[in-house]
Design a binder for this molecule. Structure first.
Ligand code: COA
Length: 327
């Protein structure tokens, strides 16, 4: 009788799902870096993202939307959920590698769907690795379908360029009352692109946590565009880098021109912060925005896939000059 090697079935894990607490942040940061670094095959996985940060910035932006999974008293994984008005997305979702394929991500995704439900978001999605059947399959179970690629793009920031006349403003320079008026103007602009889209959470987080600044462009007494920029260590950009987390210009006949002006303003802002590079992600369904970025000199550094609930396109359509990547 021949005996074949048998793998004993793994015992089901006892997983506790709860809100992520401030005291968890060092462990959560470690799990996030270890998970991505391991998945990407880095020799030292903990070096993933260098001195850039997702965990603390996103927890501080909204602690009630950060979910933890605990096994045997230890942190096994986390997920961060973001609400932009009528739009919601999640990530980074990370599980400690020794717990992979034990269903923990799915346990974190159930309350994530609950938050979308509670918030009443109309459009929801995530950004993931386009080449991973595991990732795509996992999210499909929750009704998210792969759509267009999102390009993560970069442009260098010359240190010695002659200073251009400043045609933009910084949110951080405004007085408190003017900040509220400016947030209203930003909301009006994004609402004209997708009903209910409101990124005030990002603008406030960058301002309160001093992660960078929001670059504002005005014309004819109205806000024509804005860009929420992270810059430097401890932000989502990292040392000597600037990252546009969200940017949009008002739709209309001058949108392409205004978008170019906003990109130039972001580059100037990046230079003012001593950054060597400026990065920004754009979904390729926003073809006009992508082409304008290529024309401006941005190059594609990496690509991932956007997955959207029920395959709905949200604001991902040509003619929308908007930057975000839901990383
Ligand atoms: C991606 C990640 C969050 C998944 O976490 P996890 O706890 O291992 O996921 P789960 O066990 O809940 O679910 C994985 C599912 O994919 C399935 N799967 C695994 N490999 C697969 C493959 N090659 N093709 C298709 N499906 C696959 C599993 O079988 C499981 O489904 P099942 O429960 O129906 O069997 C985790 O691997 C991780 O942290 N990766 C590194 C960081 C990362 O990439 N985060 C996500 C960024 S979008």
């Amino acid at each position: 009788m021949s005996s074949s090697p048998q793998t004993s079935p793994q015992k089901p894990l006892e997983v506790t799902i709860r809100q992520l607490r401030e005291g968890d942040l060092p462990a959560a940061d470690r799990v996030m870096r270890l998970a991505f670094g391991t998945f990407l095959g880095m020799p030292d996985p903990l070096k993933f993202m260098g001195d850039a940060d997702y965990v603390r910035t996103r927890w501080r932006a909204d602690p009630s939307a950060a979910i933890a999974a605990e096994v045997g008293g230890e942190l096994a994984g986390t997920n961060f959920v973001t609400r932009w008005g009528s739009v919601g997305f999640f990530g980074p979702l990370t599980i400690r590698p020794d717990f992979w394929d034990r269903g923990i991500a799915q346990q974190l995704l159930r309350p994530t769907m609950g938050l979308f439900e509670k918030w009443g978001v109309r459009h929801a999605g995530l950004f993931t690795f386009a080449n991973s059947p595991k990732h795509v399959n996992l999210y499909q179970k929750f009704g998210f379908w792969p759509r267009f690629l999102t390009s993560l793009m970069e442009i260098s920031v010359p240190k010695d360029a002659a200073p251009a006349p400043k045609r933009w403003a910084r949110f951080s320079d405004l007085f408190a009352g003017d900040k509220e008026l400016c947030l209203q103007a930003c909301r009006k602009l994004t609402n004209s692109i997708y009903e209910g889209l409101d990124v005030q959470r990002e603008i406030r987080a960058v301002d309160a946590q001093k992660l960078g600044d929001t670059v504002l462009t005005w014309g004819g007494g109205e806000l024509t565009g804005f860009a929420v920029c992270h810059a430097g260590p401890g932000s989502e950009a990292g040392s000597e880098k600037c990252y546009i987390k969200f940017a949009a210009v008002r739709s209309g006949p001058n949108a392409a021109q205004e978008f170019r002006r906003l990109l130039d303003a972001c580059r100037e802002f990046a230079r003012s912060r001593g950054a060597n590079s400026l990065s920004a992600g754009v979904n390729l369904a926003r073809l006009d925005a992508y082409r304008e970025m290529l024309d401006a000199g941005f190059q594609v550094a990496r690509q991932g896939i956007l997955m959207e609930r029920n395959g709905a396109p949200g604001y991902n359509r040509p003619g929308v000059f908007l930057i975000d990547d839901w990383r």
